[in-house]
Design a protein around this ligand. Structure first.
Ligand code: CDP
Ligand code: CDP
Length: 231
């Protein structure tokens, strides 16, 4: 018997990780940020001077150091070996290359297997691009978050400022970067970014975070009631 699985997919900066964290906190579920895992693979390639298409090299590094998502004082941290790379993986130079690494079939296989292991039998909220379609196809709740490209770029700019990550890019340039990444993520051969047929789509462009969270919580409650009825 699996636990309650909530899958949240969608393009970059639609608000997936923000709402996923809040829902996990509220319900006491485990939060799994799968994007952080592909970012960690990209960080490993970059820090070891590997080509971003060097699948065998990247997999060997993952084998050597492992990738760990650890909750420290309520915050999710990403570790490779003993090194905490939570901050580094958000930098634009990682964002610019992550889609290339995430398109490698061996890397995806490895990450999906780790993600399923992490989900195990506990209640989870997992966010990414292929959660509802591939990683957790039996998830009881599937959400597909979208928002206009401009508002997603504005959100990303604010995020970088808040995290103290400097960028010389304009909002229009960030919008172009995001659009390029979304294109790659939606057109790759393996598990592309795609709305699962049974996912509920929410456009967050003009919604507050609280409104999005409440809408998803209602979906979860509905699903929990259905499960209780079935006994
Ligand atoms: O936070 P942001 O939306 O910018 O991206 P992320 O969730 O950190 O994901 C970074 C990248 O990892 C995405 O652009 C995808 O290329 C890849 N990814 C993926 O392929 N599959 C997932 N389940 C999650 C992320
Ligand atoms: O995980 P993903 O890349 O989809 O997005 P995120 O990292 O959660 O970033 C979304 C940003 O938009 C955060 O700074 C949120 O505070 C903000 N935001 C949101 O998530 N949802 C809204 N309805 C409005 C703003």
């Amino acid at each position: 018997m699996i636990g309650m699985q909530v899958a949240i997919d969608g393009p970059a900066s639609a608000g997936k990780s923000t709402v996923a964290k809040l829902i996990a906190q509220k319900l006491g579920f485990t939060y799994i940020d799968t994007g952080a895992m592909y970012r960690a693979c990209t960080f490993l390639a970059r820090s070891h001077g590997l080509d971003y298409g060097d699948e065998a090299g990247i997999l060997a590094l993952v084998e050597q150091t492992g990738i760990e998502l650890r909750n420290i004082a309520g915050q999710q941290h990403v570790l490779v070996g003993t090194r905490d790379i939570s901050h580094e993986i958000r930098k634009p130079e990682i964002s610019a290359k992550v889609s290339q690494v995430a398109a490698l079939s061996g890397v995806r296989q490895k990450m999906v297997s780790l993600q399923r292991q992490m989900a195990g039998k506990v209640d989870v909220v997992m966010d990414g691009r292929d959660i509802g379609t591939t990683v957790l196809p039996d998830a009881q709740v599937k959400i597909f978050l979208v928002a206009s490209a401009r508002s997603r770029a504005q959100r990303r700019m604010l995020d970088l400022e808040e995290q103290g990550i400097k960028t010389t890019k304009t909002v229009a340039e960030i919008e172009a970067d995001i659009a390029a990444r979304d294109y790659k993520d939606s057109h790759r051969a393996i598990s592309p970014l795609k709305k699962a047929v049974d996912a509920v789509e929410i456009d967050t462009t003009s919604m507050t975070i609280a409104e999005v969270v409440n809408k998803i919580l209602r979906q979860i409650k509905k699903s929990q009631k259905k499960l209780q009825k079935r006994g």
